[in-house]
Design a binder for this molecule. Structure first.
Ligand SMILES: [Zn+2]
Length: 226
């Protein structure tokens, strides 16, 4: 399965190691999951897998009570699935290639974790382009840690739970519009349409707050503002 956040080249071939930057605005606008593309319910918390390095960085930010992240959050069950199918999460020696979208030292390390937050918001700089080659890098601000489950072997840690969750909640998660832009699901044309809707919303919907980020005035938009 190609994750919803993957980029596609002009021929419609997915590039799973590169996230299409504009997805960091489109998926959060609909509170859509970067794996399956379906919306995360407002009452559900949001999750992401962290390598050892980014987990430590996040834990340090938690002490200062201001957690920011660069990766889009998703369903808990979709992160359990990703942990088991993506080879990167299988071994502490795993490492991403140089052109990967991930930061840090590129290694999984010995203490990766499934980390969950109650909610997240996106910081948008109204003075900078939001799309195109000079687009800003979107930053997510996280609210209230709800889970930090360290794992080593993802199958041992998550297989039973994934199966239970899939039976209990699987069907209820795949409702409504799917924000996945694979060629067979509408591709670039649909992506452009949704992008126009999101850009329009940034002009008409006021941010929840204006925050100062290193001297820049940023609009804070809570996930799912559309
Ligand atoms: Zn999902």
């Amino acid at each position: 399965m190609v994750p919803a956040e993957a980029g596609y080249d002009a021929a419609g071939v997915p590039n799973q190691s590169k996230i299409n930057p504009i997805m960091k605005l489109i998926l959060p606008a609909f509170r859509a999951c970067p794996v399956c593309g379906f919306a995360i319910k407002a009452e559900d918390s949001v999750y992401r897998l962290h390598d050892t390095y980014s987990r430590q960085a996040t834990r340090e930010e938690l002490r200062r009570d201001q957690v920011s992240e660069l990766d889009i959050f998703g369903h808990r069950i979709c992160m359990l699935y990703s942990a088991m199918v993506c080879p990167f999460w299988r071994s502490s020696r795993s490492k991403f290639g140089k052109d990967s979208a991930f930061h840090g030292d590129g290694k999984r390390g010995p203490t990766p974790s499934l980390m969950g937050f109650r909610d997240y918001a996106v910081l948008v700089d109204a003075t900078q382009p939001v799309a195109g080659p000079t687009a800003q890098q979107f930053v997510f601000v996280c609210r209230q840690l709800v889970e930090d489950t360290v794992f080593d072997d993802p199958f041992e840690a998550f297989a039973d739970q994934y199966d239970r969750d899939r039976k209990a909640t699987g069907g209820s998660l795949i409702r409504g519009r799917r924000r996945h832009y694979a060629p067979e699901l509408g591709g670039v044309k649909r992506l452009q349409k949704d992008l126009m809707q999101v850009l329009g919303s940034l002009r008409t919907i006021p941010p929840d707050a204006i925050v100062d980020l290193e001297g820049r005035e940023m609009g804070l938009f809570g996930s799912g503002w559309l």
